[in-house]
Design a protein around this ligand. Structure first.
Ligand code: AMP
Length: 430
């Protein structure tokens, strides 16, 4: 609890501090590098959209639209919402900018914050961040498989631990209605054992009983007829082709007939990335094929497939960055006021060459300055005192090896030469 008079962040909204954001930056950079290899370009849609976009795309009866959106009337009374997910915005942007008319297919990825008013707990926040990708204009199994190959390669490249891919098909408009009816009939027989929420789900969208977290419901649902047995020929062929491509590329997955995405617009392929290391909120990401969404938002008949990964949860399941990764190259320590100007000049020349350098203020003993430099996590301390100014060379102390280095830095040396020396000293590639 903050002290009286201190303003705390809003519940469920958190600060990402430098140690964590360094890790996020690495995850984001790795995503950009990987997705570009698969022909994706980055889109940065706005965070605020018209409320009707989500009501129409996610469906009025989903938890998100019913109770989790940050929606409000703008000053001109337009109903607006902080985006709870990005697929709807990406599809809107494609339609509005005519992207699908420029290329035979659209391949986009995005990174950024999403907002859902859920109950905060470990791994669940009200502002969270997603990395996601969408392919529009492809209805073939190869598109699904390639997306999953890219996703699993990405997870492997960032060192994802204990992550698994769960796969299912949720059928399409040809076979799902009959399956939904079969499920409803099954649930009617077990109605007494199902919770109130499930009773409501049965009326509106029976498939969503698979999402119920109540133990009694889960036991009943485990015995329900599965959608895999009810797939029509086209959906079965599609699923088999996806699996064949994944097998060929050595992508491991588990078939999970109970995996039904909560959102109404999904069809055929549905998948989730889960990690055993996460506890209750074990999903790192998920996605699937959506064949009706583009048309539902006023665009052409066009199918899509995509995924979204939660960055907070991803950060929890990837290997910690090495503790010896010292981001700062050097801390410059001026011993006394007269050392300030040459110390600043030295720091400026190193920074101009792309090195991360911090300059300590003057007025402390060398011992205190070295302690401060060490706390900053720098590799080198560059000392500028009376002796150094007289000799025209700064003393370099290696903070990891805890010894002075014989290579002194010339106080009047040009930037590139100084930077080269520092890079050699920290063992970084020049
Ligand atoms: P969804 O859009 O619901 O399929 O979520 C995709 C991924 O986003 C999930 O697997 C989580 O990793 C992440 N995610 C969703 N909601 C939250 C939340 N409230 N807090 C943190 N991460 C979330």
């Amino acid at each position: 609890m903050p002290k009286p008079g201190v303003i705390a962040a809003v519940k469920g909204f958190r600060d990402v501090l430098p140690d964590e954001s360094r890790q996020w930056e690495a995850l984001e950079e790795a995503a950009r590098a990987m997705f570009v290899r698969y022909g994706f370009g980055e889109i940065r849609p706005p965070i605020l959209e018209r409320t009707e976009l989500f009501a129409r795309s996610l469906g009025e009866t989903t938890d998100i639209v019913e109770k989790e959106m940050y929606s409000f009337a703008d000053r001109d009374e337009t109903g607006v919402t902080l985006r709870p997910e990005a697929t709807a915005g990406v599809v809107r942007a494609c339609i509005e900018n005519g992207l699908m008319h420029r290329e035979p297919e659209v391949r986009l990825f995005y990174l950024g914050p999403m907002f859902r008013r859920e109950r905060p707990q470990r791994g669940r926040f009200r502002q969270f961040h997603q990395i996601g990708a969408e392919v529009l204009g492809r209805d073939d199994a190869l598109a699904d498989a390639e997306l999953l190959i890219m996703l699993t390669r990405y997870l492997a490249s960032v060192g994802g631990k204990d992550v698994a891919l769960d796969l299912n098909s949720v059928g399409d408009s040809a076979c799902r209605p009959a399956y939904r009816e079969r499920l409803r009939q099954f649930a009617q027989v077990h109605l007494a054992g199902l919770c109130g929420d499930c009773h409501r789900r049965l009326e509106r969208n029976p498939l969503r009983i698979f999402d119920c977290k109540v133990e009694g419901c889960r036991e009943i649902v485990a015995r329900a007829p599965t959608v895999l047995d009810a797939l029509c020929e086209d959906c079965r062929v599609h699923l088999e082709a996806v699996r064949r491509f994944l097998d060929q590329e050595g992508v491991a997955y588990r078939m999970k007939p109970g995996l039904v995405r909560g959102l109404d617009y999904y069809s055929r392929t549905a998948f989730e990335i889960v990690s055993s290391g996460l506890g209750a909120q074990n999903a790192v990401g998920g996605g699937g094929r959506y064949d009706g969404l583009v048309a539902a938002l006023g665009g052409p008949r066009m199918s899509g497939v995509g995924f979204a990964l939660g960055l907070e949860r991803l950060a929890m399941v990837v290997a910690e960055p090495g503790a010896t990764d010292r981001a700062l190259a050097a801390v410059v320590l001026p011993l006394g006021e007269e050392a300030l100007a040459p110390a600043l000049a030295l720091a400026t020349r190193l920074r101009n060459e792309g090195l991360a350098v911090v300059l300590e203020p003057a007025g402390r003993s060398l011992k205190a300055l070295l302690r401060a430099a060490d706390r900053r996590g720098a590799r080198l301390a560059v000392i500028v005192g009376e002796d150094e100014i007289r000799a025209g060379r700064a003393t370099v102390r290696d903070l990891v090896r805890r010894e002075d280095r014989p290579q002194a830095l010339g106080l009047d040396a040009p930037g590139p030469e100084l930077a080269r020396s520092v890079r050699v000293l920290v063992g970084a590639p020049s």
